[in-house]
Each structure stands twice: as C-alpha cells, then as structure tokens.
Design a protein around this ligand. Structure first.
Ligand SMILES: NC(=O)c1ccc[n+]([C@@H]2O[C@H](COP(=O)([O-])OP(=O)(O)OC[C@H]3O[C@@H](n4cnc5c(N)ncnc54)[C@H](O)[C@@H]3O)[C@@H](O)[C@H]2O)c1
Length: 395
C-alpha cells in the first residue's frame, strides 16, 4: 500500500509504518549519542508509552539506561489494507529496536483507565520483572470510563468564567485569525478533572503498591504544562489547568503513600511541543510556532526526546531534581526564560497571516506534526509500497 498523509484539522488519519520506525530510530540515536546515564532507572513502567512524551520517556529509559520497559497504550493495529495508528507503529519499532539491543520490552494495548489492564500489567511485572523502580504516567485522552461506576467522562479545553478571545493559527492553511472560546459550563470542570486529573494515576500507584511490585526508592512522574500568560485562560487557568492542579494534589498524596518504601512522586512541567494532544488545543499551536522560531535561533530548542532525556539524566537520576517552590520539576525552564518569553510575547502582538512565515516557524510546526505520523523523514521511500499490518512483537 502507498501511504500518504490524510489530514483533517488537527488529526492525521493515516500513519506510515516505515516513517514511524525511522522517527523512533532517530530518537534512539539522540539518546545513544549522549551515552549511558550513571545511575539510571532499571525497570520502568510507562503508561501512555506510544507517542509524544511517553514514547520519548520509554526510549530515554531503555536506550539511556538499558532499562527494561513495560509500555501501556491505546492504539489501533494496522491491517493488510488499512493503516494502524502512529502509536502502534512506534511501539512495533520500539520493541524491535529494544530486542536487537538485548533489552526487555513488553507492551499492552488497551484502556489504561480500566481495572483489567491494570491487573494484566501487574501480573506481567510480577512474572517477568518482579518489581519496577520507575513509573511514568503520560496519558492524554479526551475521555475516560470510570472503572468502578462505568460513567464516561469527557475532557474539554475551555476557559473558566468568561469568553476567551485571542489569535489562533489554522495549522493547515497558515491563516491567523481571532478565535473566541465559550467558557466552561455545567460540569465541564469536573468532567475534565476526572479524565486528566490525578485519580487514575493514584489508582495505578495504589494497585502497584498493593501488589508489592514497586521497588524501594521508586520514582513516579506525571506530566504537566504551565506556559506563558497569553495562553493561561485556555490552559493554566482553564479546565485543563484545573485538572493539572488536581494532578499536583495527587502528587502530594502519593508522596505520603510512597514514603514507607522511600518512594517519590513528581510532577514534571514539560515544554510546549507538537504532539497529537497539544495540536488539539486552540491558540497553543500559534504559540508553539513562535516559540520554535525563537528557541531554534537561540540554539535551545528541544523535542520530546531531548526533554525526556534531560528529565531522566539531569533531574530524576542525577540526585539533583532541582524542584521549584511548589515541588515540581521544571524541564520547561529553557522555554520560560525571560529572553525567550519577551521575544515570543513581542511577536505574539505582531503576528498575522502575512508575516507568519517571518515571525514564526510554521514550516517547523507542520513538519513536526507530519513526523508524528511518520511522514517527511529522511531516508524513507514514500513512493514505495509499505506493509500497514506490522505487528508489535509482544502483543
Ligand atoms: N505536548 C505538550 O506540549 C505537553 C507539554 C507538557 C505536558 N504535556 C503532558 O504530557 C502528557 C502526555 O501528552 P502528549 O502530548 O505526549 O500526548 P500524546 O497524545 O502524544 O500521548 C498520549 C498517550 O496516551 C495513550 N492513551 C490515551 N488514552 C489511553 C487509554 N485510555 N489507555 C491507554 N493509553 C492511552 C496514547 O496511546 C499515547 O501513548 C499529558 O499529561 C500532557 O498534558 C504535554
């Protein structure tokens, strides 16, 4: 099958298996170039391991520390005549690379919010690894079925209290225009907190603890975002931001529950980057395009793999996590420097459809987006037949 990108708004409905494999290989190469970290994690569970920050976390742990990894994700396998999702192909490629490097890797494709998947993963950890010493929680989902009540929650990206109007980028056409987003109503906040807040992270940690599969000194990390004031109404102070506040509350609770085994829970605030999840947030893609331009010019741009490698190498496993005043790890530190923010802020006021090409890295945004689905990678022959029915070895 010849596979080409089919983009609908902020979604690409096709993915290229060879391109995704190349994307994974490039991430592995970034980590390998930096060498093995001294006291890295040994056995790592990554929940949400197939794309974005979770995939890069899995790669950083495996190839930066020779860690055994267990990955959990919710992806669609390909068939002979139909594409699977990028996360499926990424996971297939990851396992292949891990196996040829002699590293343990096992994956689970299912609903991480369910009790059944938790039980299956715990049984596998018990049987194969005994315990894990690091748990990464990197789920991003629009909905969650509660495991005990069966209620289906839907997360929304809305401001709170009043309509938010700001500039927005149509990432297909490059048109910059104002967008107005209606504020949350009804139980929007509670629904979003139920999906993207800390309850499921705590359920995972409680289940792992109760099963005795968390090693002494375990570290668990969940990811958050803060960003600049211009995006606060839709992010930090919006429905998603309240879910992230809940995550921070959960982190403090988990610290207490993990204390008897000298464990530690963290929230790591990461940089704004193009991922499947972030491309769905209004306003944020314009900010990311402006940010990429400034950070690339300053030589401080990182993608998810550089971010996650730095998180593991320089913070979690360096003995110097450098938490901020609220106890969070900040690998968004380079994004949030005053120089970067001043320039992005200036350009934010000036940017329009006509000068987008000069002020922002729209090309970089679009190519990063396509790369998420395995398109536009060097060395991949996109005119050749590709086999969409690639399997993930351990599934
Ligand atoms: N992208 C950013 O700019 C950014 C910045 C800072 C923090 N974060 C945070 O990082 C985390 C991960 O986001 P991302 O951008 O990497 O997203 P992503 O969409 O690339 O990855 C989401 C992952 O969750 C998995 N998933 C979703 N629903 C699932 C389910 N029900 N069961 C099992 N797996 C499921 C997917 O398969 C995938 O592996 C989120 O908490 C997000 O808020 C993202």
């Amino acid at each position: 099958m010849i596979i080409t990108p089919k983009i609908r708004g902020f979604i690409c409905t096709t993915a290229h298996p060879d391109g995704c494999a190349k994307h994974v290989a490039e991430q592995i190469a970034v980590v390998k170039k930096r060498g093995l970290m001294a006291n890295g994690p040994r056995k790592v569970l990554v929940i949400g391991s197939s794309t974005g920050y979770g995939l890069s976390s899995r790669i950083a742990a495996a190839f930066g520390a020779n860690a055994a990894t267990v990955g959990v994700f919710f992806e669609k396998p390909g068939e002979a005549d139909r594409c699977g999702t990028a996360g499926w192909y990424n996971s297939a490629a990851f396992e292949k690379e891990a196996k040829s490097a002699g590293l343990y890797a096992r994956s689970f494709n299912g609903d991480a919010f369910s009790d059944a998947v938790k039980a299956e993963v715990i049984a596998a950890i018990k049987a194969d690894l005994g315990q894990v010493d690091c748990v990464i929680y990197s789920l991003a989902s629009p909905r969650r079925t509660h495991p005990t009540t069966g209620e289906v929650f839907k997360s929304v990206l809305k401001p709170i209290g009043q309509v938010y109007t700001n500039k927005n980028l149509n990432t297909t056409t490059g048109v910059v225009s104002d967008i107005s987003i209606e504020p949350a109503s009804g139980d929007d906040v509670a629904q979003t907190v139920a999906v993207m807040g800390g309850e499921d992270w705590a359920m995972w940690i409680d289940a792992l603890l109760a099963a005795g599969v968390l090693a002494d000194g375990v570290q668990t990390v969940s990811y958050s975002y803060i960003g600049p004031e211009v995006t606060w109404p839709i992010y930090k102070n919006g429905t998603i931001g309240l879910a992230k506040e809940d995550l921070e509350r959960t982190q403090r609770e988990l610290d207490v529950r993990l204390a008897p085994i000298k464990g530690k829970a963290w929230v790591s605030v990461n940089k704004a980057l193009v991922t499947q999840a972030s491309s769905a947030i209004p306003v944020v893609p314009l900010y990311i395009s402006l940010l990429y331009k400034v950070m690339k010019e300053a030589g401080t741009h990182e993608d998810t793999i550089e971010q996650m490698d730095r998180l593991f190498r320089d913070r979690l496993y360096s003995g110097q996590p450098q938490p901020d005043e609220a106890g969070r790890i900040r690998v968004d530190d380079w994004e949030m420097t005053p120089e970067v923010q001043k320039l992005v802020g200036q350009r934010w006021t000036e940017v329009n459809t006509e000068n987008l090409g000069q002020l922002a890295d729209f090309e970089g945004y679009q190519s990063s987006f396509l790369r998420l689905f395995g398109f536009g990678l060097n060395g991949v022959n996109y005119a050749a037949e590709a086999d969409p029915s690639v399997g993930v070895m351990s599934i």
